[in-house]
Design a protein around this ligand. Structure first.
Ligand SMILES: *Cc1c(COP(=O)(O)O)cnc(C)c1O
Length: 435
């Protein structure tokens, strides 16, 4: 197929140089949110579901007792880090790191999607089999009867690593069998961690899209398998979407205003699009036009960028434009985005920027040295956002178009994973700075 990329970004994208694409399809939130295959009401339902499963989560995971079963992360003001990143000047606004890198249970943003889907699937199964009634407390799902039921069922998923970790941990905690189909990008330590949990890991010598396809095919004709479909799952998407309300409460608690005169910019690392898409959707539902959502992708794996910028109705992959999908940011090593997420993001997303692996390692080291924030490479992708907005012609064009220049802005760099990275691997990340 012939793929048309806008002239403003084509050369940079094809040469794998960092660039910023602005989405010409972005619409006022009130108009856009009403005409999508998901509805803001479902974000509220997801928040209510998270509250319902909290007692169950606290029973399954001792580390959640302190929060009453809530899976939440800190919002950290990047006071030292911003200077190290070159964002000291006032024009960059306030800068926060949303520390999903230290989310409990999974050590990455996948805790918000994967754990949610497993718990919701478990609840549904238990209801179908009459194990719990309408008003029963869900902590019964951690009991012996439920365990015996779940032991006859399998949760399966395709993953580059972190989704598998999150699904594997949650499924095993309830007593399900778990099968994780890993792409060739998967890091050895993620495989080992899963195997220690009793998860069956199937290693494919193939990329993520193919690992998902094989996992889907294997699960298709087996009623005892629940396949977590990263390309299509609404449960995953909605699990992520609840994060926006957590952010809203944290900004409010700090007295940070978000409105027409105080824009909020979210910088969200993007793989297949589910996690950043879910968060962005929830954020649009919470903040409307006051929030501006940007995705961040590796220069060799900009699957959302090539697809959305091409304007094609058929999914465009990074291979279609001659890119390799090779990146050390394993969480973002996805060649083809989710069609479902593409449709939802079309009128909501402000833009997408790309980052080089060398920069990811540099930012990872700076986050550690300045504020002790432990990241994996994928998690630093959003760090380029404030620079793209304030210091490039595309960024300034965006600010002018929405009359945002000079307004008191807030940037949130969504740090998506890293707390579980083993020490030797983390040392290796640090050593790769400037190589
Ligand atoms: C999965 C992941 C992402 C992106 O999520 P997608 O749903 O694949 O877009 C970003 N960062 C990390 C660390 C991840 O594991």
């Amino acid at each position: 197929m012939t793929i048309r990329l806008p002239a403003s970004i084509r050369d940079d994208v094809l040469a794998a140089r960092p660039t910023l694409w602005l989405n010409p399809g972005v619409r006022p939130a009130a108009v856009a949110l009403d005409a999508l295959p998901v509805h803001p009401r479902e974000v509220a339902e997801a928040r209510a579901n998270w509250r319902r499963i909290a007692t169950l989560l606290a029973r399954c995971f001792p580390e959640l007792e302190a929060t009453g079963g809530a899976i939440a992360s800190d919002l950290i003001e990047a006071d030292a880090l911003r200077a190290a990143l070159g964002y000291g000047a006032e024009k960059f606004g306030r800068i926060f790191v949303k520390a999903d890198n230290s989310l409990p249970v999974a050590g990455s943003i996948k805790a918000r999607g994967g754990v949610y889907e497993v718990m919701m699937a478990a609840e549904r199964l238990a209801r179908e089999r009459g194990l719990i009634g309408d008003d029963d407390d869900l902590s019964a799902l951690a009991g012996d009867d439920a365990r015996a039921l779940f032991a006859r069922h399998t949760i399966s998923v395709g993953s580059t690593g972190n989704l598998g970790l999150s699904i594997g941990v949650a499924a095993r905690a309830l007593g399900f069998k778990a099968v994780v189909h890993m792409s060739s990008d998967a890091k050895a330590w993620k495989v080992e961690r899963l195997e220690r949990l009793g998860v069956e890991v199937v290693r494919h010598r193939a990329d993520y899209t193919e690992a998902v396809e094989r996992a889907r095919a294997e699960a298709a004709d087996d009623a005892s398998v629940h396949f977590v479909d990263d390309e299509r799952s609404r449960l995953l998407f909605l699990g992520y979407s609840a994060a926006a309300d957590e952010l809203r409460a944290q900004l409010e608690a700090r007295g940070v205003a978000v409105d027409a005169d105080h824009p909020l910019f979210l910088h969200l690392p993007c793989g297949i699009g589910g996690a950043p898409g879910g968060v962005a959707f929830g954020a649009k539902a919470a903040f409307g036009d006051a929030v501006h959502c940007f995705f961040a992708e590796p220069v060799q794996s900009p699957c959302a960028l090539v697809h959305m910028a091409s304007g094609s109705t058929d999914l465009v992959s990074v291979y279609d434009v001659g890119l390799t999908n090779h990146t050390e940011a394993d969480g973002l090593a996805v060649g083809r985005m989710s069609a479902f997420v593409a449709e939802v993001m079309r009128p909501l997303l402000s833009g997408i920027f790309t980052v080089a692996d060398d920069d990811l390692f540099r930012w990872l080291a700076l986050a550690w040295e300045t504020q002790g924030i432990r990241l994996e490479p994928s998690a630093a992708a959003g760090f380029a956002g404030p620079g793209f907005l304030a210091d490039t012609s595309a960024g300034r064009f965006y600010l002018d178009r929405f009359d945002l220049r000079g307004k008191t802005s807030t940037n949130v760099l969504w740090a998506t994973g890293g707390a579980f990275v083993p020490e030797p691997q983390f040392e290796d990340f640090l050593a790769r700075r400037g190589r």
